[in-house]
Ligand binder design. Sequence first.
Ligand code: BGC
Length: 248
Amino acid sequence: MQIFGVDIGGSGIKGAPVDLDRGDLAQERFKVLTPHPATPDGVADGVRQVIENFGWTGPVGLTFPGVVTGGSTIRTAANVDKGWIDTDARALFSERLGGLPVTVVNDADAAGVAEVAFGAGRDRRGTVILLTFGTGIGSAVFVDGVLVPNTELGHLELHGHDAETRASSKAKEDGDLTWEHWAHRVQKYLAHVEMLFSPELFIIGGGVSRKSEKFLHFIDGIKAEVVPAQLQNNAGIVGAAMRAAESR
Ligand code: BGC
């Protein structure tokens, strides 16, 4: 079975039909730039362009970088236009897509769902936590493969700061930090999350997962195994389609 997956990110809106049996894209993905400011209206237009590019007429799963309840309602918008808060995103996208059935899910939850089914979290029991390091820090918490949605561990307070403002990859860029310096912050953050949840496994996702050889060796003192995500760029697209399939 195929469902269309769309990943709404800070720089691009990317999508493709997803082959749910293989957990992979069924066709090469298509991307448009995310409008700035990333208002509901502008993003919905971008999503429409991506879907029209494939002439898709079936169900669609979308990611969103904030809390999403009931597969539809946006509750927070830390790094996107505040106009999203309390938007019924399912209604917005469905209307813009000519009535196609739509499911919306938090971006880190989507990446985690894909990674647990097809990547680094496959066949892992116990508590598994995927953390995405990008503009913000996203989290997806699983217990025996079952997701606890909208955990928002990126906003834990660490040394008096919102953790993502210190340890996201944007914080690394903005502060011009070396990999070692940044990894030190990530280690403190992981130690804090470990103190709260004692997971068996941390999966490090987001763009940095492709560069794990630059920083993972600087991270020590964490009892859980720490591994890079395997699906990398396509995890959000695949996971959004998987959640859309589950909600049908
Ligand atoms: C948001 C999360 C999101 C993460 C990664 C955070 O600022 O609050 O919902 O998953 O960024 O995009």
